[in-house]
Design a protein around this ligand. Structure first.
Ligand SMILES: [Zn+2]
Length: 137
């Protein structure tokens, strides 16, 4: 891009200068000297000026194309990288059940009748059969 612009910046004035040079020579009497001067002007100014301008334009056109391709590639990359739609968080998440401290139950043998009763630790209860006080702990 930069070099293309530089080529045109140099090429166009050189070309214009060459044209002015040729125009200035029109009034001169034609002769071998004029032909020499014209061909010199053509060679020195118009030819390089034209080449520089043409190449500069081509250069810019090519880098523009390249830039467009890069932009397209970047666009594709962004599209590819964009994550899939994330399912929204539930507004009312199901509360996790409280970590219930499982009381340790224990089967207690009734000292009175030998029946078994389940009691929470450090709790007391009465036997279902003989009403004896049972203590777990
Ligand atoms: Zn009992």
């Amino acid at each position: 891009m930069f070099w293309g612009i530089l080529m045109i910046i140099i090429g166009v004035p050189v070309l214009l200068f060459g044209m002015m040079f040729m125009l200035a020579l029109i009034g001169l009497p034609s002769g071998e000297d004029a032909a020499l001067i014209i061909s010199t002007g053509l060679l020195l100014f118009i030819a390089p000026g034209t080449l520089l301008t043409v190449f500069g334009v081509k250069f810019i056109a090519r880098s523009d194309k390249k830039k467009r391709a890069q932009r397209q590639a970047a666009y594709d990359a962004i599209n590819a990288a964009s994550p899939l739609p994330v399912p929204p968080e539930p507004l009312n998440p199901v509360p996790s059940p409280p970590q219930s401290v499982n009381p340790t139950f224990k089967w207690i043998d009734c000292p009175g009748c030998g029946a078994k009763k389940q009691l929470q630790s450090n709790q007391t209860g009465n036997c279902d059969y003989c009403d004896t006080l049972l203590v777990n702990g």
